[in-house]
Structures are given as structure tokens and as C-alpha cells.
Design a protein around this ligand. Structure first.
Ligand code: DHB
Ligand code: MG
Length: 222
């Protein structure tokens, strides 16, 4: 009963605040045809990213982990025509899907996919910093490392968002640290709480309340 109500409320929220258009639906279809897993963010998370982009007056956005470009489309659409999204993708095959997604959504003028390990791509972004918004949705054991770079590439007022930071509660305690992915996510949450330059919260944002986003704002230097 509770689950059914939650499901209906979620549907109402999506219909009112985060309706998907043809380009977003096409991206999901293309991802499935290319054999990519259907683990993209949901429409409400996409809309929240757009609200956060507006809150920090985003002109430059960095995404770590592109998947098929679904979140990238939401992000790119939050930018002004002169804005720029750089999304880092380790898989060349996925990156081709991303490029086509950006083209069919009409955002290829402002959204660029860079192929390679983020561990190698991030140090090359120093000259293009600061980024106003960073969205992390990639390999989970590397999240703490990606957070260090996100902070380094940001400015006071930048917003750093990371997907999958709840994991049915496992990423919120020390109970499942033998899993490297969960351990990375737990460490990420702790780092956002302990860091003197961050103010952070995690929000469950799926309909069964099991996973969601960590949202951290970069504070001015004391
Ligand atoms: C997985 C990764 C994700 O980013 C996600 O949102 C869901 C699942 C995974 O690796 O299983
Ligand atoms: Mg994810």
C-alpha cells in the first residue's frame, strides 16, 4: 500500500515537474539497443540537476560517467547557448552512443564527450576550470578520488552532485565495507561531511527510497 502510493506520487511528480520529451526517450531506446544497462538517472533527478545548475548560474558543467548521454541531455539543457558540458566516459562504444544522443537532442554544440579514464582526463581539465556544477556517476570505488578532483576544479558556490550515494542504506554505515563500491560511496559521504569547504546532504530519490544523490555545495574559503 505504502509502495503503491509512493509509486503514484512519483508518477504525478514526473508528469508535473519532469516530463520526458522525444529526445530523452530516444536516448533510452538507443541505449537499450546498444546493450547499455538501463541505470540512468530518473526524470526527477534530471530536473533536480537543472534546478541546481540554475542555482549556481552554471556556465560550465563537468560530468564524470556519461552512460548513454541521458543525464548529459538534462545537464546541457540547463546551460545557456554559450555554456559548456564536458562529460567523461571510459568506454569508447558508450561514447559513440553519447555523441549520437547529443546530436539528436540538439545539444552537440554545447556538450562534448571525452573518451578515456577519468583518472587521466581530470588532471587535463585544470585549464578549463572552474566548473560550476560537477555530476559524478561513474565507477563507485573511485568516488573519493573524483570528489578530490571535483573540489579542485570548482569555485566557491559550485555544486557537486554524486549518484548512488545511499544504496539501500549500505553507503551510510560501516556495515558493508567489504564491497569496494559500497566502501567508496560510504567514504564519499563521509568526505563530504568532514570537508571544511563542503555542506552536504544525501536525498533518496527513487520510488522505493533505496538510492539517491549526495548534493554538496562548495563553501567560500574561511
Ligand atoms: C550501477 C551504477 C549506477 O550509476 C547506477 O545508477 C545504478 C547501478 C551499477 O554499477 O550497478
Ligand atoms: Mg548512477
Amino acid at each position: 500500500q505504502q509502495a503503491r502510493i509512493r509509486h503514484e506520487v512519483e508518477e504525478n511528480l514526473v508528469q508535473l515537474f519532469a516530463i520526458e520529451d522525444e529526445a530523452l526517450r530516444t536516448t533510452i531506446t538507443a541505449a537499450r539497443k546498444a546493450g547499455l544497462p538501463a541505470i540512468q538517472i530518473n526524470p526527477l533527478q534530471g530536473k533536480l540537476l537543472q534546478v541546481l545548475a540554475a542555482a549556481c548560474n552554471a556556465q560550465k558543467i563537468l560530468e564524470i560517467g556519461s552512460l548513454a548521454g541521458y543525464s548529459g541531455i538534462w545537464l546541457a539543457r540547463a546551460l545557456p547557448p554559450t555554456g559548456r558540458l564536458i562529460t567523461l566516459e571510459v568506454s569508447p562504444a558508450h561514447a559513440e552512443v553519447v555523441q549520437r544522443s547529443f546530436e539528436q537532442a540538439g545539444v552537440a554544440d554545447r556538450a562534448e564527450v571525452r573518451v578515456g579514464s577519468a583518472h587521466e582526463s581530470l588532471p587535463q581539465l585544470v585549464d578549463e576550470a572552474p566548473f560550476d556544477l560537477v555530476f559524478i556517476d561513474a565507477d563507485k570505488p573511485s568516488y573519493p578520488h573524483y570528489l578530490d578532483w571535483a573540489i579542485r576544479l570548482s569555485r566557491p558556490g559550485s555544486i557537486i552532485v554524486a549518484d548512488n550515494c545511499i544504496r539501500a542504506g549500505q553507503a551510510l554505515s560501516e556495515s558493508a565495507l567489504d564491497d569496494q563500491g559500497v566502501a567508496g560511496l560510504y567514504q564519499y559521504n563521509l568526505q563530504t561531511l568532514k570537508h571544511p569547504r563542503l555542506r552536504a546532504i544525501a536525498l533518496a530519490m527513487d520510488e522505493d527510497y533505496t538510492d539517491g544523490l549526495n548534493i554538496a555545495v562548495v563553501l567560500p574559503e574561511a
